[in-house]
Design a protein around this ligand. Sequence first.
Ligand SMILES: Nc1ncnc2c1ncn2[C@@H]1O[C@H](COP(=O)(O)OP(=O)(O)OP(=O)(O)O)[C@@H](O)[C@H]1O
Length: 245
Amino acid sequence: MALLEIEAVSKAFGSLKAVDDVSFSVGAGEIFGIAGPNGSGKSTLFNIVTGIPFGPDRGRVRLDGTEIQARTGDAIARLGLARTFQRETSFDGLTVFENALIGAGFGKPGRPARVIREAAAEALDVVGLPDGAFGRLAGELSVYERKCLMLATAVAMQPRVLLLDEPASSLTKPEIEASIGLIRRIAARGVTIVLIEHVLTFLMTLSQHLLVLNNGRVLAAGAPEAVIADPRVVEAYLGTRRARP
Ligand SMILES: Nc1ncnc2c1ncn2[C@@H]1O[C@H](COP(=O)(O)OP(=O)(O)OP(=O)(O)O)[C@@H](O)[C@H]1O
């Protein structure tokens, strides 16, 4: 059985169908990529799945067989589904370690402080933020470091499924390479990953399955090589240009 099942979900804003009858499933341990032009509904899809800030108008979302579409974002996160955002999001007035502690302590009442601290330190280690950075204020970090911290805070929650919204945006090529490595490290820990990204090489390198959205609908889905070779995808996602290598 799939770990995450999305069945015919839709979300409209007035007359705009931002997500329109979208279905797919993600197997345990998989890295599942989602691409699509600007405004095709990718972030709205993540909002619907995580309940942050809203669920779907219609359709079902199942996490390990449990229907979650009517639950709050908070309850969904407690069930083991975490997300990051397109823009770096952190508590800027808190230190790197304090930010990770918030993730590690989330939804785990009664967890000993020592265990929470260990989970926070481990998550920061996974994303490559060294001990020397633990005391720095989040607001003083570089864009890349802030993205790493947002990721570490989500990893510290020890989710079963992690949804990453454009982790490579605004990064340099070496930083993108580093991000690929750290997403692989997170996946190797048994975390199932769903990844939205504009950078196609990033998606192609990481994903076992790829889905392309266009105007809120699934345009193509399947093996990444087959999907990006699909003429409808070339036209919708890349316009008249060919895919950049
Ligand atoms: N809260 C909202 N209220 C009204 N319209 C919205 C809202 N959120 C998204 N939309 C609209 O829904 C459509 C899909 O937006 P969404 O952000 O999901 O696309 P996207 O594929 O993530 O785009 P991008 O790649 O630019 O981030 C767009 O037309 C957008 O303007």
